[in-house]
Design a protein around this ligand. Structure first.
Ligand SMILES: NC(=O)c1ccc[n+]([C@@H]2O[C@H](COP(=O)([O-])OP(=O)(O)OC[C@H]3O[C@@H](n4cnc5c(N)ncnc54)[C@H](OP(=O)(O)O)[C@@H]3O)[C@@H](O)[C@H]2O)c1
Length: 235
């Protein structure tokens, strides 16, 4: 397998939260990075090396994924991995008549990643050891409440996308991993009160999981990494 320095990794939503932690970890590990953010100026380039480029990417805009992929290929001539991290969470449960939040979650959490993979598929296959790391959620694995229906549905779809990519790219060495964390300490869930600080996973722990998945050879394919900082139990 190529060294990290030779591998070009795209990361969406790299400006804050989990995406920022992944960008910092992979930059430290020496990867060449193509970072996507809605606002390019929101990317903190401190602690990032010169082997980092920043592109505009809005998951809910048609054409944006294709432009970011084209820009990355123009600059580096290859794409070895995509970390599909950008995501939104809205409380959409039963009885909701306004579907705008549901539509936005579908757009950002599922259609955006699908567009990215479609745009980068041939480059990822050409790599011979392409990787897709999809930041899904434990909400893509189990449903803990009816009020989280919309987010769960979008994340179950994101999980199915990950597994479909495994089938689509297998013979060309493309491997996909869904990272499914419980609560992570970011803006997304800052409104959620927890009994202890340890209840929330650090973004750095998710970054370590992403780096681990990227480090694995083709014959150690890990489809899902379920991450928690606490034991989930019935009582
Ligand atoms: N935090 C958790 O508890 C948790 C648990 C499991 C899974 N996750 C997943 O982890 C991923 C990262 O979440 P986070 O916790 O780091 O949340 P966050 O701090 O709220 O960050 C969300 C990121 O997604 C970006 N984003 C939102 N809408 C976008 C769009 N239309 N186009 C492009 N980028 C967009 C945001 O960019 P802007 O700054 O421009 O808004 C930001 O970079 C998400 O997929 C989330 O579902 C989070």
């Amino acid at each position: 397998m190529l060294s990290p320095q030779q591998r070009v990794v795209m990361i969406s939503g790299a400006n804050r939260g989990i995406g920022k932690a992944i960008a910092q970890k992979l930059a430290t590990d020496g990867y060449t990075l193509s970072l996507g953010a809605r606002n390019k100026n929101s990317i903190d380039k401190k602690n990032l090396s010169d082997s980092v480029s920043v592109f505009t990417y809005d998951a809910s805009e048609t054409g944006s994924a294709e432009q970011w992929v084209a820009g990355t290929l123009e600059q580096y001539n290859r794409i070895d991995a995509i970390v599909m991290n950008a995501g939104v969470l809205h409380p959409v449960g039963f009885g909701e008549t306004d579907e705008s939040n549901l539509d936005q979650m579908w757009d950002v959490n599922f259609k955006g990643p699908l567009r990215l993979v479609n745009a980068a598929l041939s480059a990822l296959k050409q790599s011979g050891h392409g990787r897709v790391i999809n930041i899904v959620s434990l909400s893509g694995k189990r449903v803990l409440s009816g009020s989280n229906l919309g987010y769960c549905a979008s994340k179950y779809a994101a999980l199915s996308l990950t597994h479909a990519i495994r089938h689509e790219g297998w013979k060309d060495g493309l491997r996909a991993t869904a990272i499914c964390p419980g609560l992570v300490d970011t803006d997304m869930v800052s409104h959620v009160d927890t009994p202890t600080d340890e209840f929330k996973i650090t973004p750095e722990a998710i970054a370590a999981s992403a780096a681990y998945a990227l480090s694995l050879p083709n014959d150690a394919a890990v489809a899902e990494i379920l991450v928690n900082s606490r034991l989930e139990s019935a009582w």
